[in-house]
Design a protein around this ligand. Structure first.
Ligand code: UDP
Length: 406
């Protein structure tokens, strides 16, 4: 069945799109002095080495058209695993399970990588794709290529930081962010770690104090698809979407493995407690030193809360009061708070206690997690997203214009 689909699709695409585009590109490449084709050898099914080619133009949908020749030949399939070039990978690095399948023109790795949510190894994402294979799932991956291609940015110029609306982010992968935290704990270096999304950046326009705090933070992680879009609009390439919700299970595993202790402060009464009991089941060796809700008087009760946190000897403190209350509280109390790593995590405890449901995986792959939050809490979130998103885009455009003017 799959082979039949591959043949039908490849014949249609080759005749209707590839051939006319190839003729145009042939002329352009001769006059522009560019290569007509760029080819690579990749591992195919059963580790067979196969040659795949692209038009030598800037990477785009059109550059991929010659892949449909390999599809017709049967070297690759329409929806399959990602490409493993032989010059970058050895056979031993690719799990046997992956080699049982053909590489696909469409694959989940491409979607996750360009939506910047590839928080796992390429092989793990391939295995994830293979675990639930079916024609419906394959079709979903092809649909996800549309937004992923829009989010895609030039990967040739990645810097260590990205600046948007005068706030500088650490341009890091999730693993690198975890290593910053690890270093913070190991060196007992007091740091402020924030996750910043477009809504936070919008808030800096009306809250100069909050803006100044963000500029003093030790680590600012890019949270959400909007920061990727803003980076792309300003010619910067974001490595990954490093949001707190995706980081949390990885952080818990790291703390469990390394024996770091952790304290949870924030959310409504009962929420942190519920989350802790769930965490204790999953991370049995995780040292949770304590928790408390975030509904106390920040002016009069902070001192006793800080003493309580410090007494537990926690090394990592997660503060979930929402933006910008948590960042201000952390900044004002940073010197008195003993844990080396203090992070602002917004609604994280609500997600992990099950109080608020997180968007399903397919919507996250489309970069639409915010849509789910909007549907769940329209009354509170419409201002943030319906008004906030276009305002953010406009501000980035204006900011870029100002930068260009110098
Ligand atoms: N919250 C809190 N103390 C307060 C105000 C709010 O602990 O004084 C909690 C609230 O219950 C919720 C979180 O802070 O769990 C804010 O969640 P939200 O999703 O609004 O976070 P944001 O998106 O602003 O980071």
């Amino acid at each position: 069945m799959r082979r039949l689909i591959d043949i039908i699709v490849s014949v249609i695409v080759l005749i209707l799109i590839c051939l006319p585009s190839g003729i145009v590109w042939a002329f352009v490449s001769i006059f522009a002095g560019k290569d007509f084709l760029t080819c690579r050898i990749i591992f195919g099914k059963d580790f067979k080495q196969v040659k795949v080619c692209w038009f030598g133009m800037q990477s785009s949908f059109f550059s991929s058209l010659p892949l449909f020749l390999s599809l017709l030949k049967g070297d690759i399939t329409l929806v399959g695993t990602s490409f493993y070039p032989c010059e970058e990978y050895s056979q031993s690095q690719i799990p046997e399970k992956i080699a049982e399948f053909k590489p696909g023109i469409f694959n989940l790795w491409y979607v996750k990588r360009h939506t910047k949510i590839h928080h796992a190894e390429k092989t793990d994402i391939d295995l994830l794709q293979l675990s639930g294979r079916g024609l419906k799932k394959d079709f979903a991956i092809m649909v996800k290529y549309i937004p992923a291609s829009i989010y895609k940015s030039d990967e040739g110029s990645i810097k260590d930081s990205v600046t948007l609306l005068d706030v500088t982010f650490n341009n890091c992968t999730m693993n690198e962010a975890l290593r910053f935290i690890q270093k913070g704990v190991e060196n007992s270096a007091k740091g402020m770690y924030f996750f910043i999304n477009p809504d936070c950046l919008n808030k800096t326009f009306t809250d100069k104090y909050y803006f100044d705090i963000l500029r003093k933070a030790d680590y600012v992680f890019p949270d959400g698809v909007g920061i990727n879009i803003g980076s792309k609009m300003t010619g910067q390439t974001l490595k990954q979407n490093v949001n707190g919700t995706d980081m949390f299970p990885l952080l818990c595993s790291m703390c469990e493995q390394r024996g770091y202790s952790i304290y949870f402060l924030g959310a409504k009464p009962g929420i942190a407690a519920k989350m802790v009991s769930m965490l204790k089941e999953k991370y049995t060796r995780l040292k949770i030193t304590g928790f408390r809700d975030g509904y106390f008087n920040k002016d009069t009760e902070s001192e006793s809360v800080i003493d309580a946190v410090n007494e537990t000897g926690a090394q990592v403190l997660l503060v979930a009061f929402g933006v910008p209350v948590q960042e201000k509280w952390i900044y004002e109390n940073r010197s008195r708070l003993a844990p080396p790593v203090v992070m602002g995590v917004g609604g994280l405890f609500d997600f992990y206690s099950g109080n608020i449901k997180r968007a399903p995986g397919w919507l996250r792959d489309l970069g639409g997690e915010w849509i789910y939050r909007l549907i769940q809490e329209p009354g509170r979130m419409w201002r943030r997203y319906i008004l906030g998103n276009p305002v953010f885009i406009r501000r980035v455009q204006k900011w870029k214009k100002q930068l260009d003017k110098g």
